[in-house]
Design a protein around this ligand. Sequence first.
Ligand code: ACO
Length: 431
Amino acid sequence: MERKDTLTITDNRTGKQYEIPIEKGAIRAKELRQIKMHDDDFGLLSYDPAFMNTAACESAITYIDGEKGILQYRGYPIEVLAEKSNFMETSYLLINGVFPTERQLKKWTQNITLHTMIHEKIKKFMDGGFLYDAHPMGILVGSLAGLSTFYPDAKKVDDPDSRTIQVYRMLGKIITISAYTYRHSKGLFFVYPDNDLSYSGNFLNMMFKMTEPKYKPNPVFEKALDLLFLLHADHEQNCSTSAMRGVGSSRVDPFSALAAATAALYGPLHGGANEAVIKMLKEIGSVDKIPDYIKKVKAGESKLMGFGHRIYKNYDPRAKIIKKMAHQVFAVTKKSTLLDIALELERIALQDDYFMSRKLYPNVDFYSGLIYRAMKIPQSMFTVLFAIGRTAGWVAQWLEMITDKEQKIARPRQLYTGQLNQVYVPIEKRF
Ligand code: ACO
């Protein structure tokens, strides 16, 4: 039989046949609209709650093969980037599509570093506008949205020069605002950025500097944090990235879209899972209580947080790298009983048919929280750290979306299941 890259559909309601092109392993959902019962029909829709099988865009940024556990940024395996690159270089790669030369990387890093300062009014807004116990992610979402009012030029989303400045601003200011969410919760004075330090070192400076004249980050922590930023930098069309693209598709300024993406990340099924893992490990309390906990999970009473992924049906490659890094960090800090529980939990779960048959493996969040905890970063800041790394990916995806000729405002359809043409009954006649 002659091979043709098309799909033939027979509509058994009408007996009509349709031939639909297959491109890049997909059909265009809009092609289904020609399938009609009558001429004035709207045409067939595809129904895909939670977007289980819908590609919403073309993208050249991140490749994932969830069955094989492969993750690549711009065609470079995550394992290679983790070993040889760093967050600044990788964010350049994600955003610009190619690796920088030495000179380009220096300029890139300098431009981002020069944009770490925030307007004093943002600082005041953060200090005076939120309760002492406000969750750092709530403060981050609000403050990022607030940034849009400080940079009205960011509304020029079709101007490449304006976009470039906003990219520096987003990547620069996210560490400052993030660190301030922590200082606020502690009632501590805000620390200004120190431009001599690396990106992750500067963040640690703004988090932890006290009275010392010059903050010196612990090199193991600085490196671990840089690696965690790199590993979290992008993950194609996840919930928060879809929010960045979807909100950005209205042509709103990127700070507003960034706030929306950060809000999506806040959810416990997305970026909030790293916090939930620590809560779960604490709840388990000791290695001998693991079998009881596993029983509860299998009975559907709770979930094994940090396990499972919509895309990965294999070991998350980021979790493998983070697990290795956890051992390095714990070599310079106090040993953690929570790490012992996590390792044993993973060992038991990966031998259990419940998890194996559902292809549930540790995801990026399973070990990351343990490292943050060892670095004395409080639990409520874990998702904030995720947001810092992911900002690089959000920015790359936003730029790709905004410059995509085919992109229009994102606007899904629905299958209406409600009533029609109801008669209004005055309130005194309702029962
Ligand atoms: N613990 C126990 N059972 C699980 C878990 C888990 N962590 N995850 C999935 N399952 C079970 C489900 O109950 C379901 O079982 P069933 O077929 O008997 O009903 C089956 O596995 C399939 O799960 P779904 O919920 O359909 O998978 P989905 O792709 O919708 O969800 C998700 C993926 C949200 C990540 C899920 O695995 C989960 O809730 N995990 C825990 C939270 C977590 O770690 N999130 C971080 C994800 S990574 C990230 O966002 C950075």
